[in-house]
Ligand binder design. Structure first.
Ligand SMILES: O=C(O)CCC(=O)C(=O)O
Ligand SMILES: [Fe+2]
Length: 467
């Protein structure tokens, strides 16, 4: 849905500091001329007319006379009566044109009881029919709409990432495309990766079935040895945030070893669960290994370079099923499904259910940070470079900062972290350093590096995350 909301992006940072509640019957505060130009069309329905009738003068008010306050009143009417898409569009246009309004007053107004307490009553019967069904899947609480608008302020536009065809015979050209993608974005899509759509669909379905179990059932499989269930707020990927933790639950499935067995839900509850996850693990590992060999080619190395290095002997290859509930406390600016982070390992292959929310920030040190949406493409997997690969390449390949923002509906995704064998030493590749560009990081053992990263972000006992 966020993709459809791209028109909301250029909302200006607003300056006045106060967070004063503005009663609805207060006199107009801020003149908002451009509101009339940009917003009138969105309000050409009942909301403006209803509002006009409430004026002292019985004269219908001209759009050009509308004030910021009136715009807000219209929005409040609109929240109850309009198609939510139109409503969202109006909301964002209003924000856009109210450049001079204080951000806090703006949100205080939007925070108004009727927005915060009521479910938005969408589309009256005139707005949908059998041939024109509602364009959003389910009613969204006004609180969630507000979260959207908060997040929209941080957003720019959808990022156009390269799409890499893994089945192409021209491996050198493919490797070159990957090189460019890793240098420019640290993110790209892969298609023809060998995972059938049917399996992608099934893994998401089975994941959803697991997360729908009662929490007591899920807690029976609480994470041990980095395998099993992690509950809400058990991780904070951006430790600098004051929020209690990231608003998601997850389930890790790793390679089976003698000492480290996966945990599985009971066959009675979920009969096809284990076989689906095992099939997915096998296939996604094979796709990931192909990507690694192309990355080696992209670095002018032999395609089996990382195998020879031992990185893929017993790779730390973990599936992480993720569920971001709709009901996040999303009015808190600090609450994220996954707060800003880069991934730790070699590469990540990500499957999403199509619900937006994933964003990347390509220039982490630039202020203000620019966050761009990564739209999902049906059937494609999203690949991103992790920190180990960034260390190997001395930052030639980017391990890009990313996060998941509340999307206003629940979201499922499946990350596959392909990380080097725990004994593999990660150190700058010869081809990536020189006298004038010395290695930026000292050599490190793969599992030492990963363990340290988990220690910093786990809000629960680190013992459970040991690899
Ligand atoms: O759910 C997503 O889209 C991204 C998840 C993610 O970045 C992670 O788990 O590292
Ligand atoms: Fe990530």
């Amino acid at each position: 849905m966020l993709q459809r909301m791209n028109g909301y992006t250029n909302v200006h940072p607003m300056q006045l500091p106060s967070r004063t509640a503005i009663p609805l019957n207060a006199p107009p505060l801020l003149s908002c001329r451009c509101f009339s130009r940009t917003t009138a069309s969105a309000f050409n329905t009942s909301s403006i007319q209803q509002h006009s009738r409430t004026n002292a003068s019985d004269e219908p008010q001209k759009a050009s006379d509308l004030t910021f306050q009136q715009a807000i009143q219209s929005l409040q009417v609109g929240a109850k009566t309009m198609n939510p898409l139109t409503y969202l569009s109006s909301l964002s246009r209003t924000m856009e044109c109210c450049k001079n309004a204080s951000e806090s007053s703006f949100f205080t107004i939007l925070d108004h009881r009727c927005l915060m307490e009521q479910r938005v009553k969408f589309w009256d019967s005139s707005c949908c029919s059998k041939s024109c069904p509602p364009s959003l899947r389910q009613p969204i609480r006004s609180k969630t709409l507000l979260a959207h608008s908060i997040n929209q302020r941080k957003m720019s536009q959808a990022l156009q990432l390269p799409i890499i065809d893994l089945s192409s015979d021209d491996r050198l050209s493919t490797a070159n495309l990957i090189r460019q993608a890793c240098v420019d974005h640290g993110f790209f899509y892969i298609v023809n990766h060998g995972l059938e759509e049917e399996l992608l669909k099934k893994v998401l379905e089975q994941s959803k079935m697991f997360f729908s179990l009662p929490v007591e059932e899920k807690m029976k499989l609480a994470v041990k040895n980095h395998r099993g269930y992690t509950g809400m707020y058990q991780e904070k990927l951006d430790p600098s945030l004051s929020a209690k933790g990231d608003s998601k639950e997850s389930f890790y499935i790793g390679p089976q070893t003698e000492n480290h067995l996966n945990q599985w839900p009971s066959e009675e509850d979920l009969p096809s669960w284990r076989s689906t996850m095992e099939a997915y693990h096998k296939k996604v590992l094979s796709a990931g290994t192909k990507v690694i060999s192309l990355i080696a080619l992209a670095l002018n190395l032999d395609e089996d370079f990382f195998e020879k290095l031992g990185a893929l002997n017993d790779p730390l290859a973990f599936i992480r099923l993720l569920h971001y509930p709709e009901d996040m406390d999303s009015t808190e600016e600090e609450t994220y499904g996954a707060s800003a982070h880069s991934d730790y390992g070699m590469i990540t292959l990500l499957l999403t259910d199509g619900v937006p929310g994933l964003q990347v920030c390509r220039e982490k040190s630039k202020q203000p940070q620019l966050w761009e949406d990564v739209p999902s493409i049906s059937g494609a997997l999203i690949v991103n470079i992790g920190d180990m690969m960034e260390r190997w390449t001395n930052c030639l390949f980017r391990s890009t900062l990313h996060r998941v923002v509340p999307a206003g509906e629940e979201r499922y995704s499946v990350a596959f972290f392909l990380d080097a064998d725990k004994d593999c030493i990660v150190e700058c590749l010869e081809s990536c350093c020189s006298e004038s560009c010395p290695p930026r990081f000292p050599p490190i053992r793969s599992s030492d590096y990963l363990q340290e990263r988990f220690r910093v972000t786990a809000t629960a006992s680190i013992e459970d995350y040991l690899l």
